[in-house]
Design a protein around this ligand. Structure first.
Ligand code: ADP
Ligand code: MG
Length: 287
């Protein structure tokens, strides 16, 4: 009888435990062509997005930036299949958004961590895993891996109200990563945090995205945040919401704190600011 042995160590970075990419997962994480969204309201139609064309490569970090009301959240919600497009086509790893949602191809994190208060850190992170098949032992091992990945090993048994806002957000990121998605969708996840925590978590997020190889679509209205995190920054303008610029950052794969004080960083911040100012921010707000 031949014993079937489990493979011994995959040589992948500790704590990430990424399975090899399937053919689907090497496809672009997001492909949007001619995407539009119109909301029918009592006061008439609201055109939230028009003619959005966007590709996000596997493993790429893309930020959406723009003034309030330009449709950033709407676009993220369409990608996440939380709402339907009015026009155009949207594919996630080459599949319709609905299929990608059912296949748990992406994880989501919002500004509010949205943790269940009666569950511990470990219990909250385990939640998506409980919706999948898989044994208790396997699940516990994955939760352990995830608490280590987000630096919360000593807090696995705490409850959300015993954690700082930054720690709660780290739990939310771990939960979003639980099913090993190759795409993370984040809507201002650090928006409610103080500046120091925010910068710290930005560094952590680039490390985690690098280790897991996940693509990220990240909504923010902070220019330095977008520059620090992103491979490309997508600039949007309101009424109707559309993409006006896509700026490659070209700052290399490794983000260190020193980057924030480098001339390259300031150059990119200026470039994004100018791209944003090219949009009719003030006029839109006056209306
Ligand atoms: P952002 O996230 O960039 O601030 P949103 O995507 O939330 O902007 O909103 C874009 C536009 O769509 C806004 O004018 C907003 O009022 C409108 N909108 C968003 N969701 C709805 C909805 N469910 N019903 C009607 N209008 C909406
Ligand atoms: Mg929003």
């Amino acid at each position: 009888m031949t014993a079937i042995r489990e493979p011994q160590g995959s040589g992948e970075p500790q704590g990430s435990a990424v399975r090899p990419a399937t053919a689907d997962e090497r496809r672009p994480a997001v492909t949007a062509v001619g995407v539009g969204k119109t909301f029918a309201t009592k006061a008439g139609d609201v055109v939230a997005l028009t003619d959005v064309r966007l590709d996000v490569a596997a493993g790429e970090f893309v930020s959406l930036i723009g003034p309030s009301g330009c449709g950033k959240s709407t676009l993220l919600r369409l990608i996440a299949d939380l709402d339907d497009t009015t026009t155009g086509t949207l594919e996630i790893f080459g599949k319709p958004a609905r299929t990608a949602r059912l296949d748990q191809d992406y994880g989501i994190a919002f500004q509010q961590a949205g943790l269940l208060p009666w569950r511990t850190v470990a219990g909250n992170i385990a939640l998506p895993l409980e919706l999948q098949s898989g044994g208790k032992v396997e699940r516990a091992a994955r939760v352990q891996e995830l608490v280590e990945l987000v630096g919360l090993s000593d807090f696995a048994d705490r409850y959300p109200d015993q954690l700082s806002g930054g720690m709660q957000q780290r739990v939310a990121i771990a939960r979003a990563l639980a099913s090993r998605p190759r795409l993370l969708l984040m809507d201002e996840p650090f928006g409610a945090l103080d500046e120091m925590t925010r910068e710290y978590l930005q560094g952590e997020l680039t490390r985690i995205a690098g280790e897991t190889g996940a693509a990220v679509v990240f909504v923010t209205h902070s220019i330095p945040e977008a520059v620090f995190l992103s491979d490309r920054v997508v600039v949007m303008s309101p009424r109707p919401g559309r993409i006006t610029d896509v700026l490659p950052m070209g700052l290399g794969a490794r983000r260190t704190e020193g980057l924030r004080e480098s001339p390259e960083f300031f150059e990119r911040v200026t470039a994004v600011r100018e791209a944003l100012h090219g949009t009719p921010v003030e006029r839109a707000n006056e209306r």
